[in-house]
Write a protein that binds this ligand. Structure first.
Ligand code: E4P
Length: 226
């Protein structure tokens, strides 16, 4: 079980990687835009290679920016060629339910030896089929599932049982983290990995009562003559 960081910010990745508490990094085009990381692919390429080097051999997920079959193949091969620990995110289908994505996923994994993270999934059913197509990672969006009025924990539990029962090797990544408690709940429900923004890790680690206790130790420690 592991935590990935859902960000493209090198400083944040370095900080938590140095602490030894992350096992990979995920990004998507919306995160890159929101974090102001630029829109020039050559500049982004430098940043991605820097991140991949920094965390190697841990995995980095980069998402294709097109839903056109030949462009998905082209971008997947381009991104995967930048570093051996880069895997490629492909959405389960297009904005209008186009299913050509599955052919791309299947061929990248089974013919082109490129690791795929199938993303933007909202149900165990979608993830199960992505796993059948050969996905290395299946990304289910827990926060968005909850926001639609469904129970993300239940979907994760069902999905993990299916993967285990049918010996499918895909790893479940739960993303779309909204609350700190999501992380341990989703890992407990069966996720192999939860990906979250760096702020969530600070929230998990720092506790007001720990602060008070540490201050007590330091105050009393100062009374001990050296
Ligand atoms: C996961 O891989 C996604 O990048 C991400 O967690 C999506 O989250 P959102 O619902 O905040 O967009």
């Amino acid at each position: 079980m592991a935590i990935f960081l859902d960000t493209g910010k090198v400083d944040e990745i370095k900080k938590y990687h140095d602490y030894g508490i992350i096992r990979g990094v995920t990004t998507n085009p919306s995160i890159l835009i929101k974090e102001g990381l630029g829109t020039n692919l050559q500049e982004l390429k430098k940043k991605f290679i820097e991140i991949a080097d920094l965390i190697n051999p841990l995995p980095l997920s980069l998402e294709v920016t097109s839903n056109e079959t030949s462009e998905m193949f082209e971008q997947a091969e381009l991104f995967a060629g930048w570093a051996d620990n880069i895997n490629v995110k492909i959405t389960i289908h297009g904005p209008n339910g186009e299913l050509n994505n599955l052919k791309v996923i299947n061929q990248l994994e089974n013919k082109k030896n490129i690791r795929v993270n199938v993303t933007a999934m909202m149900s165990a059913q979608q993830c199960y089929l992505a796993a059948q197509a050969g996905a290395t990672y299946v990304s289910i969006f827990g926060g968005r599932i909850n926001n639609m009025g469904y129970d993300s924990n239940k979907e994760i539990y069902i999905l993990r049982n299916l993967l285990d029962k049918f010996n499918l090797n895909s790893k479940i990544i739960v993303g779309s983290t909204r609350e700190i408690i999501n992380i341990t709940q989703w890992l407990n429900a069966g996720a192999h990995i939860v990906t979250c923004h760096p702020n969530f890790l600070e929230g998990m680690l720092i506790h007001p009562y720990t602060k008070e206790t540490v201050q007590m130790f330091l105050n009393d420690g100062n009374k001990i003559k050296k």
